[in-house]
Structure formats: structure tokens, C-alpha cells
Design a binder for this molecule. Structure first.
Ligand code: AMP
Ligand code: MN
Ligand code: MN
Length: 324
């Protein structure tokens, strides 16, 4: 029985079951779902005796501080260390370019499975398991693994639960279906320490993060008519406070927490001077559409792209909102 009505589901299950060795990659700058689905799948395949090579396409692969606790984080390999394998799995990548430096490896592989939940996924795998209503890629991985016949254990369940709890915003967003919560309940039965995961992921920032958050909130700017709020951080903010770029994922959640805005954005200056834009919507606007117009992507309610500067990006977002 397949959980989802996906054309390639059964072939993908067979391909995973019969693979002798597997390389896996999630998107660059991994979040909890990217790393949770990556390591959950990797640990599960290891229990079947398959050598696995979990990675992502950054020059130096290292778990971000809030996700170091994840089982299997110590098994990550650098992209250059991935040997010839007979199956390549891409996880949580809405488009091939999200694979960064391993994009070519994935696209040239004779057997790759693109496992993802982003609407508008460009089906870059030789097999594609794309379920855009799934809460998370971890949820899809869980159901795939059940069909492959893997016995879950504490470590696998911890990875998958982390993916689900992060992409649903702790089960608060509309992507939390009854099926999602039933899966979470099932995962808890393997001894997953939900409070510990919550602590690690959501409340383990260094004290200096509070100072950075202070700057972000101080600068927050509201466009009342457009119901749009935004703020930004520069490289200097990171240098001054000592917060790492990989510890800034939760800033957007503070910016969006006003009833006076439906759309929230945070702009994060990158090393090259460009800005990574994180967009969130409370439902009336598809921020995925805004991101795609600008060469990025994402979901209806959470999306991202890269902009040249804050001022023109804010102008473009306002123009989009006014045209809605
Ligand atoms: P973030 O704001 O980084 O948490 O990203 C929110 C959502 O948008 C996630 O589903 C990401 O996968 C997606 N996303 C973020 N940045 C990009 C990008 N440059 N291209 C495509 N999708 C993106
Ligand atoms: Mn993700
Ligand atoms: Mn995801």
C-alpha cells in the first residue's frame, strides 16, 4: 500500500530496497527538516546493512549548532568524500540548484530519487517522490521507510521527529495534518525525547543571540497599509555580537509575531554583500510566488531567495503586495 498517490512511489521503494550503497544530500544551509530527513534516511538504510554517505553541497559540511545533537550528525561526509554509489537521494530540495556543489553529482547520476515537498519542484530526479501537501520531507521519508520495511528505532525516530517538528513550526502551521500528528505520535513511541529536541532546536541559542535579536526587533519596520513587516542583519551585526550565520534561522519567527502584518521578511547579508531573504505569510499571500519571481522558491507560507540589496527588495515586495 502506498501512502501517497505518487507515480514513482513503488519504483522508488524498490530502488531504495535494492540499492547496495547510497549517497544522500539535502539542501545547502540545512534546516531541521533537511538534516532530519537526511540523517533519518541514512541511519535507516544503515540498519539494512547499506553503506551510506550523507552530505550537502557546501564547501565545508558541518551540522549547525542547533542540530549537532541529532543522531548521525557525526556520520556526515564532505561532498568530495562521496564515492561511486548505485543510488543518489536528494532530500528537501525544491529545485536541483538547492543541492549546491553536489547538483552535478545528482544530475549525472543514472539513478537518483528526488524526495521533496516543495510546490513547483522541478522533478530533477530520475525518480521523483514529490508530495507538496506533506508537512515535511521527513514525513515522506517516514512513509517511504515503512514501505521499504525498515524497523524504526530511537535514533531514526529522533531525526524524523526533528524534521516534522521544525517544518510544522512545532505543529502550529496548517501543514500539520491528522496524518502528521499520528506520525509524530508513532515516532514518540520509540522513546523520542520531544522536550529535549525542543530545547536543542528552539532554546539553545548563545546569550549573544538575544543581543542580535534586540537589533532585529529595534529595526523592524512596518508598512501598515500593506500589512508587511521586515527587518535585517548585516555581517557587522554578526561580527559585533559573535553570532554565527547558521544560528539566525529563528529570527524571522520574532519578526512575524505581530498581528499588524500578514507578511514578514528578514534580510540577511551574505559574505558577498547580497542578502538572503526569508519570507513568511500568515495565509492571505503566497510568498512562494514572490520568491519564485526573484529566482528563489519555497512554500506558499514560507519561502526564500537572494536579493542584491534591502531597499530595492523591499520596494519589489511592496509592489507585489499592492498588486494583489
Ligand atoms: P528559510 O526562510 O530559509 O527558512 O526558507 C523557507 C523556505 O523557502 C524553505 O522551504 C526553503 O527550502 C525555501 N527557500 C529558501 N531559500 C530558497 C532559495 N534561495 N531557493 C529556493 N527555495 C528557497
Ligand atoms: Mn528545508
Ligand atoms: Mn522541508
Amino acid at each position: 500500500m502506498t501512502r501517497y498517490d505518487v507515480k514513482d512511489w513503488d519504483v522508488a521503494v524498490d530502488a531504495i530496497r535494492s540499492a547496495k550503497s547510497v549517497a544522500l544530500a539535502c539542501h545547502v544551509n540545512p534546516d531541521g527538516d533537511a538534516m532530519g530527513s537526511l540523517l533519518g534516511m541514512s541511519l535507516a538504510l544503515q540498519t539494512l546493512g547499506k553503506p551510506t554517505y550523507p552530505t550537502w553541497g557546501s564547501p565545508r559540511v558541518a551540522a549547525p549548532p542547533s542540530l549537532i545533537f541529532m543522531p548521525g550528525a557525526d556520520t556526515l561526509v564532505q561532498p568530495a568524500e562521496v564515492p561511486e554509489v548505485d543510488l543518489f537521494l536528494a532530500l528537501d530540495c525544491g529545485a536541483a540548484h538547492r543541492l549546491g556543489e553536489v547538483e552535478k553529482m545528482a544530475l549525472e547520476h543514472p539513478r537518483s530519487i528526488n524526495i521533496d515537498h516543495h510546490p513547483g519542484n522541478d522533478n530533477f530526479g530520475t525518480l521523483n517522490v514529490v508530495v507538496d501537501f506533506a508537512s515535511s520531507t521527513a514525513e515522506i521519508v517516514a512513509f517511504l521507510l515503512k514501505d521499504v520495511g525498515v524497523e524504526f528505532n530511537h535514533d531514526i525516530a529522533t531525526c524524523l521527529y526533528t524534521g516534522v517538528v521544525t517544518d510544522t513550526g512545532r505543529f502550529q502551521y496548517g501543514n500539520s495534518s491528522p496524518e502528521t500528528l499520528r506520525l509524530a505520535a508513532d515516532l514518540l513511541s520509540y522513546g523520542v525525547q520531544a522536550p529535549k529536541i525542543a530545547l536543542e532546536v528552539f532554546e539553545s541559542a548563545p546569550f549573544s543571540y538575544l543581543k542580535l535579536l534586540g537589533r532585529v526587533l529595534e529595526r523592524a519596520t512596518l508598512f501598515e497599509a500593506e500589512r508587511f513587516v521586515y527587518s535585517w542583519i548585516t555581517r557587522a551585526d554578526l561580527d559585533d555580537t559573535g553570532v554565527g550565520a547558521d544560528e539566525t534561522d529563528l529570527l524571522i519567527d520574532a519578526v512575524r509575531a505581530t498581528r499588524d502584518a500578514d507578511v514578514a521578511a528578514i534580510f540577511k547579508e551574505q559574505k558577498d554583500g547580497h542578502y538572503r531573504v526569508s519570507l513568511r505569510s500568515k495565509g492571505s499571500v503566497s510568498v512562494g510566488d514572490i520568491a519564485r519571481v526573484h529566482g528563489g522558491g519555497g512554500h506558499e507560507l514560507a519561502a526564500g531567495y537572494t536579493a542584491v540589496d534591502v531597499e530595492s527588495a523591499v520596494g519589489a515586495i511592496l509592489k507585489f503586495l499592492r498588486s494583489e
